[in-house]
Structure formats: C-alpha cells, structure tokens
Write a protein that binds this ligand. Structure first.
Ligand code: PBG
Length: 325
C-alpha cells in the first residue's frame, strides 16, 4: 500500500483555504425579486401557495420594492392581477392597471432600482391562455401585436426592462420593433427564451389566477424532454433582439442553463419558479430540511450551472442569510 501522493483534501483543510479556492459565490447582485400586484390600496395579503410572498396593491408594492433595494437586490420583476379579464386581455395594456401603476410608483420612489415587467396575456384573458384563441387554438401572429402593446404600456409607465413569457414565435422581434418605434430603444428585453411546459408553475397560477380554462400550454411552452430545441429558441430570441435570455424552470433544467451559457455570449437568467419554492417551504415547515442551507445550496447550484441572474422568491431571505443574519 502506498500513501496517496495527490491529496485534494489539502485544499479543504480550513475555511481560509476553502475560501481561497472557492469557484462560485452568491451575492445580492445576482437576484431578481418577483412581486405580485393587485388592484386596490393598502393591500398586503400573503399568498397561500407562496408563503412569505404577498399580493400587494401598487402603493404597498413600493414598500416591498424598497425592502429589496435596501438589501442590495438590483431588480424586481412585477406581475399583475387585473381588475377585469376579456378574450383579448385588454387590461394587460391598460395604463391604469395595477402593474402599470406599480411600475410608475416604484420608479418614482426608487429610480435606481431596476424594474422588469412580465409581458404576457394569461393573467388578463378570460380563457387563461398566453395568446389569442381562435377555434380552440392559440393564434400566434395576431397575438404579437397585443404583446407589443403590453410591453409598450410597461415602457411608458417607466419599466427598464420587459420580460415576455408567452412563448409565441416572433414576439421578441415584435416587442423590440414596437419599443424602438416609440422611442424606447433603451428599454431592454429579457426573454423567457427556453420556457418549458412545467408542472412547477402550479403555485404561481394560483397566485396569479392564470390557469388555462381549457387544455394546457403544451402547444407553446416547450417539451421538458428537449434540450437542443432550447438552444434553437435561445438563438432565435437573440437574433430577434433579446438582451438577456432566460431558462425556466431552473432546478430540473440546470443542464439547459449550462448549455446556453457555453453556447451564447449574452447574460443568462434562470427562474427558480413557484413550485420549486413551494417544495422547499413545505419541507421546511415540516422540519424535514434545513431551509437556509438548502436554499443557498440550490441557488449556488443555479449560479454554478451558469446563471448570471437568478429570479427567486427566496431573494430577500437569501440575501439576509448571505449577510449572516
Ligand atoms: C406567465 C408566467 C408564468 C410564470 C411566469 N410567467 C406561468 C405560466 O407560464 O403558466 C411562472 C412563474 C412561477 O411558476 O414562479 N406566462
């Protein structure tokens, strides 16, 4: 028996050495904090399927955004629940809807906080699909103009970045053209480029009241079985003018994050979605896992896989934990 000559354990011997050789580190600047905005005033109501997250009226959304900003988180991602729904989703581009109001108020109060808005129709249509429905099918091309209207209304309210999550073909181009045509060439587009038809969105659909009323989203969101198709989707969105590309969900798709990171030179975002969050919260509530360690390990895994930006409901907790609180 010879003794090992090479000993990787030498570099694990104490915290100082471990810190020196650490390859990946999370920090507040990695995170985007999602916010759900509802109609009304003075509303802050916990979302049952997303414990620790709230429905905020536009006035209260400002306080939540300030909490993120004060922790050093660079951006919030706003989702809206509208006052009314119809077949087209007209409340999505109504300047008086909760999201547009919240964007205006947050930018006024916190001009240095980056405000990203989710651009989609599913919370706003009575059928709950992300595009127009004709004869029971999702009609791609006429939807593009509506998505462009939504993005434009967010830019007019002051959004720094719009994030189309609908998965219609050609929407990044349509949105980019509309923004440029209206003088918003500085507003950037973060596309949900590789967005899978995932069961992990369940708690979000409860929170956003956006479940489809018939069928499912598999004719527009991607098949979880496919990786090469994700690269094609990302390439297309980049050609159409995306500034940042996103992979969603994150946990079951770390391989996709890595492949996108290796193949393209744009910043890569990932979305640590509602179902991923809910699983952790439920197990933690039962006392089965150490929430703090699990969350930081999961987020670190996403960053190590290649994510430059992590959208997560854990953002506030994660930053507090990273600061040692
Ligand atoms: C809207 C949208 C969804 C999510 C983000 N934007 C739901 C969906 O596509 O069904 C999911 C976010 C989450 O689960 O946390 N299209």
């Amino acid at each position: 028996m010879t003794n090992p000559f090479i000993r990787p354990r030498r570099l694990r011997a104490c915290e100082g050495i471990r810190r020196l050789v650490r390859e990946t580190e999370l920090n507040a600047g990695d995170f985007v904090y999602p916010l759900f905005v509802v109609p009304g005033n003075n509303v802050k109501q916990e979302i049952p399927s997303l414990p620790g997250n709230y429905h905020f009226s536009p006035d209260m959304a400002v306080a939540a955004a300030r909490e993120a900003y004060d922790l050093g988180i660079p951006a919030v991602l706003v989702f809206g629940l509208p006052e009314y729904k119809d077949a087209q989703g007209a409340s999505a581009w109504d300047a008086k809807s909760p999201v547009q109001q919240a964007i205006r108020r947050i930018k006024q109060a916190l001009p240095d906080l980056v405000v990203i808005s989710d651009v989609c129709l599913c919370q706003y249509t009575d059928h709950g699909h992300c595009g127009l429905v004709r004869d029971g099918r999702i009609d791609n091309d006429p939807t593009l103009e509506l998505l462009a209207r939504v993005a434009l209304s967010h830019a007019e309210a002051g959004a720094d970045m719009v994030a189309p999550s609908d998965m219609m073909d050609g929407r990044v181009r349509a949105i980019r053209d509309a923004l440029d045509g209206a003088g918003f060439s500085e507003v950037s587009v973060m596309s949900y480029a590789a967005k899978y038809a995932s069961a992990f969105y369940g708690p979000f659909r409860d929170a956003a009241n956006s479940a489809p009323q018939f069928g499912d989203r598999r004719t527009y969101q991607m098949d979880p079985a496919n990786a090469r198709e994700a690269l094609r989707e990302v390439a297309l969105d980049i050609e159409e003018g995306a500034d940042i590309v996103m992979v969603k969900p994150a946990l079951a798709y770390l391989d996709i994050i890595r492949q996108v990171k290796d193949r393209f030179d744009l910043p890569v975002a990932c979305y640590n979605v509602s179902g991923e969050y809910a699983m952790v919260k439920a197990a933690a509530a039962k006392g089965w896992i150490d929430e703090r360690r699990i969350v930081l390990e999961l987020l670190l895994g996403m960053k190590r896989a290649g994510a430059d930006i992590i959208i997560t409901y854990h953002a506030l907790d994660a930053v507090r934990w990273l600061k040692g609180e």
